[in-house]
Design a protein around this ligand. Structure first.
Ligand SMILES: Nc1ncnc2c1ncn2[C@@H]1O[C@H](COP(=O)(O)OP(=O)(O)OP(=O)(O)O)[C@@H](O)[C@H]1O
Ligand SMILES: [Mg+2]
Length: 426
């Protein structure tokens, strides 16, 4: 790895092996948590710990692939590197070979199948549109149907696999117990995942995370796990990191200012190490250029000549926006430089230029989301940007603005951001 670790990072990298049994490293976005985790794996291996005894758990498959790549560059490998779901899957396959389960890798396909069965007379409508049209009550009944489907077919989805491992007899888990486990994004673990970790009874456990980036409550993650780490795993230490290595100073100031007003914030403020003085944050609202961009991206109303390309990563709150923007990109044959993804998918990643598109009441904050979680999702989005952050905000048809608008405009006024708008005084 090219960069040198800082003293506070070294305290964690070495401290884990030399001082602690278990360790929680709690720090803000871009402070090098993942970097520190990898460095610590290398340090342990250099000290002579067996590679096969080290398990590395990441949050996404993409992150796992990146980690394996980084380890390979350092000439090392680990006994396991992947998501907690794939670890559960591996354990079930290897330790329980007699029993056959049908594995659901993509619950969405099952949902679509169930919808198509129930609404066969609407077969001309894509199921995702039907799913969106369902209110919460109907959606809930589909969740039940999904449970029935799984029972009927002896099928397991990834979360089921995790809880199955958590309940397995210890005698079947010998090969996976007493390991040295490193886990990233600990703030998004579910109670079942923590139960699984405890069942694996690690000899040593190094968890890193950021309470301000907990964004999977809607899927069962529980931030309490994070706060309870030292009780759940007695004999554990806790360390912090404060410097941000990812983003330009103004992006960091904006992220700090935004999350400060949220009750889910902890007391850690990030300190930027990059200090360019230009304004890397741009905020567009109510401009004709914006209107044009919205038309281009979403296809509302008449589309005139679209601007050529957007050399950036577009982050959006919902899958619906991903799909509509991707469609427009294809239709307009916009050069495929750039990618579009949900903020959830972008977790842990970083990009030079981020466009946060759709700060609008229909999309962000998500109307059915948990308000505090929506704040954290916004924080995750803005802290992905290294050099430039651009935000696109617009009101709904009744003129109502996103709840995030006041804090953004206040900082625009305070000159932290440059704000483009056609309306005076806005
Ligand atoms: N000591 C350092 N010197 C220089 N660059 C560093 C240092 N530590 C980390 N970085 C760089 O800072 C960036 C952010 O690091 P990393 O992704 O590990 O942060 P993180 O805390 O895991 O972020 P997130 O909360 O988004 O997961 C990376 O580009 C990383 O290489
Ligand atoms: Mg990380």
């Amino acid at each position: 790895m090219s960069s040198d670790a800082t003293p506070e990072q070294i305290a964690a990298i070495k401290g884990f092996w030399d001082k602690n049994t278990h360790l929680l490293l709690s720090a803000g976005a871009g402070s090098g948590k993942t970097f520190t985790l990898i460095q610590s794996v290398s340090y342990g291996i250099r000290k002579g710990y067996a590679e096969s005894d080290i398990f590395l758990i990441t949050f996404t498959r993409k992150a796992a692939a990146e980690m394996r790549e980084r380890l390979k560059k350092n000439g090392i490998s680990t006994g396991f590197a992947g998501t907690i779901h794939s670890l559960a899957y591996k354990i079930i396959r290897e330790s329980n070979p007699g029993k056959k389960y049908q594995i659901i890798t993509n619950p969405e396909t099952i949902f679509k199948q169930l919808i198509m069965e129930k609404f066969s007379r609407f077969s001309h409508i894509p199921p995702e549109y039907i799913l969106r049209a369902l209110d919460d009550v109907n959606a809930h009944s589909f969740l039940q149907e999904y449970q029935f489907h799984k029972e009927k077919n002896n099928a397991l989805d990834f979360e089921d696999m995790v809880s199955l491992v958590a309940q397995m007899d210890s005698s079947l888990l010998k090969d996976y117990q007493n390991k040295i486990i490193f886990i990233d994004e600990y703030q998004d673990t579910s109670p079942d995942q923590v139960a699984m970790l405890k069942k694996l009874n690690p000899r040593k456990l190094f968890a890193v995370g950021d309470a301000k980036q907990s964004i999977y409550q809607f899927r069962g993650a529980n931030l309490e796990n994070f706060f309870r780490f030292n009780q759940e795993f007695p004999n554990s230490g806790r360390l912090k990191l404060t410097a941000n290595f990812r983003s330009q100073k103004r992006i960091v100031s904006f992220a700090n200012a935004f999350i400060k007003r949220s009750s889910s914030a902890d007391k850690i403020r990030l300190v930027a190490t990059k200090k360019k003085l230009e304004k890397p944050v741009i905020f567009h609202s109510n401009t004709s250029a914006l209107q044009e961009n919205i038309r281009m991206m979403l296809g509302n109303g008449t589309t005139r000549t679209a601007s050529s390309t957007l050399p950036a990563t577009i982050l959006v709150r919902t899958n619906y926006l991903v799909k509509s923007i991707e469609t427009r990109i294809r239709e307009k044959k916009l050069e495929n430089r750039f990618s579009v993804m949900t903020i959830h998918k972008a977790k842990g990643l970083e990009f030079d230029h981020v466009i946060l598109f759709g700060v609008s009441p229909q999309f962000f904050p998500h109307p059915n989301g948990y308000p505090e979680e929506e704040d954290r999702i916004f924080y995750v989005a803005v802290t992905r940007a290294k050099e430039h952050l651009e935000m696109y905000a617009w009101p709904d048809e009744n003129g109502k603005e996103s709840r995030f608008l006041p804090v953004i405009t206040r900082f625009a006024r305070n000159q932290y951001l440059s704000h483009t708008t056609d309306k005076k005084g806005k």
